[in-house]
Design a protein around this ligand. Structure first.
Ligand SMILES: Cc1ncc(COP(=O)(O)O)c(C=O)c1O
Length: 453
């Protein structure tokens, strides 16, 4: 059934969506008064919760002062403030911050910048980007080409750039049938060896960058990498002269208990891309933080010019939201709250795993967790036409909580997961409520399966 009664080009024209009138803290309210606990910060973006007047006022104030200036001609004080705040949070050698309106544009910019870096050095052939299967870097053509989401790529295959992909280090579903402990103890990672093989097959002289999410988000349900994976990857990037782009769009700004998730791996990226949490979702904002060596290259070889940019890059109102969000992260010790509550959220989720046989795995860091659903204790995925993760989320929404469902968890096609990633301002009591609502949703799902069988 197609809805013809309104003018919105909905993401899915066959569905109706609740109309939200306002939000407060971790809750969203529908026009009929129904309340939803936001268990996934929208799309892991609303890190600071909803209805925070401080951010709204900062945006309004900036809109009154100067809503738009073009960054090809002018700048604003808020632009400098936000760049400085982010630059100071980033690893030591990443000091220049470039703004976009979201994560896809951020990765698109990083891809182009990796090309410019090598062109500046007289190596214009180095332009292929290697990404990983079951990863997501955005929906623009460049970022979609770098990502490895088979389902999203498929309809646009003819448009995509000739980028290459390797296996992601998702040990639970290792395509090489190896155990994480075996790889770690032998310091011999099959997925890293595959990366090296692909680099040599293409030829390092053709490749500009390797791009990866530090913890795989939407495609694998908050799957952290094994311990030394990124160190091995960094070593390969150094050996073959590739830039390492770390996509922190979903994980940046405290989500995993450190400012950037790559800090857990003790590895220096060449470019960090960010989005979502940088403005707490209050305004469309993203960007990249760039290593000094790339900036030096642009200065020395391109007269300081990066031929790129968007009308709304550095838009004052959206940047003002970022400044206000950064102030709140700092003043309210958001990182401390994440560290304090990580154990509480994970123990609640593990209790659900022990209670429900369909919960196959719980993983994650900080306030960023994935719940993988499977039809048996060996992890056999549900048939995809059962839409298990979607159904679980629909049941949760009926009960008053919303999560981020995903599929393709096992190999890009099969498998289901739910991302649990509440606003980072959540309290212990609200986590208890979240777990209780998820418990009821799982029970309702089990009941519906029994009825169906
Ligand atoms: C890791 C990652 N990169 C990039 C993006 C794309 O960001 P946006 O939707 O803001 O363009 C997303 C969005 O979910 C993401 O999770």
């Amino acid at each position: 059934m197609f809805r013809l009664e309104d003018y919105v080009f909905h993401r899915d024209l066959t569905k109706t969506y609740p109309i939200i009138t306002h939000g407060k803290g971790v809750y969203l309210y529908e026009e009929n008064g129904k309340r939803y606990l936001d268990g996934c910060s929208g799309a892991v973006a609303a890190n600071l919760g909803h209805g925070d007047k401080r951010i709204a006022e900062a945006m309004a104030l900036q809109a009154e002062k100067a809503a738009f200036v073009h960054t090809m001609r002018f700048e604003t004080d808020v632009l400098h403030k936000l760049a400085e705040k982010i630059g100071k949070l980033a690893p030591k050698q990443l000091n220049k911050v470039y703004f976009t309106c979201g994560g896809s544009e951020a990765n698109e910019s990083a891809i182009k910048l990796s090309r410019q870096y090598f062109r500046d050095r007289g190596e214009p052939e180095k332009q292929i980007v290697i990404g990983r299967w079951q990863s997501y870097h955005g929906n623009t053509i460049g970022s979609l080409s770098a990502g490895g989401d088979i389902k999203r790529r498929q309809p646009y295959n003819g448009y995509l750039l000739p980028f290459q992909h390797v296996s992601a280090p998702h040990c639970l579903h290792c395509p090489f049938n190896r155990e994480e402990s075996d790889c770690e103890s032998k310091r011999d990672w099959s997925c890293v060896r595959e990366l090296e093989r692909i680099i040599l097959e293409i030829g390092p002289g053709q490749i500009s960058a390797f791009i990866a999410e530090p913890i795989t988000g939407s495609q694998a349900g908050a799957m952290p990498p094994p311990k030394s994976y990124f160190r091995e990857v960094r070593a390969l990037c150094d050996k073959y002269d590739l830039l390492l782009i770390i996509d922190e769009v979903m994980t940046g700004f405290g989500r995993t208990g450190t400012c950037f998730a790559i800090e857990h791996d003790d590895v220096m990226p060449d470019i960090i891309t960010f989005g979502k949490g940088v403005s707490g979702g209050y305004s469309p904002l993203g960007g990249m933080i760039v290593h000094d060596k790339i900036i030096d290259g642009i200065r020395e070889n391109s007269n300081g010019k990066f031929l790129h940019g968007y009308t709304y890059s550095g838009h004052p109102v959206t940047i003002a939201a970022g400044v206000a969000a950064m102030d709140i992260y700092e003043q309210e010790n958001i990182l401390d709250n994440v560290k304090k509550l990580e154990g509480h959220l994970s123990s609640g989720l593990y209790k659900l795993k022990h209670k429900y046989p369909i919960v196959y795995d719980i993983r994650g860091r900080g306030l960023f967790f994935g719940m993988e659903l499977a039809s048996n204790q060996d992890g056999k995925p549900f048939a995809s036409d059962l839409r298990i993760s979607e159904r679980l989320n629909e049941l949760a929404m009926e009960l008053g909580a919303v999560f981020y469902p995903g599929s393709g968890t096992v190999d890009g096609y099969a498998g289901d997961h739910l991302i649990i990633a509440p606003p980072l301002i959540i309290t212990q009591g609200e986590i208890d409520e979240l777990i209780s609502l998820l418990n009821h949703a799982l029970q309702a799902l089990m009941d519906s399966m029994k009825e169906g069988s």
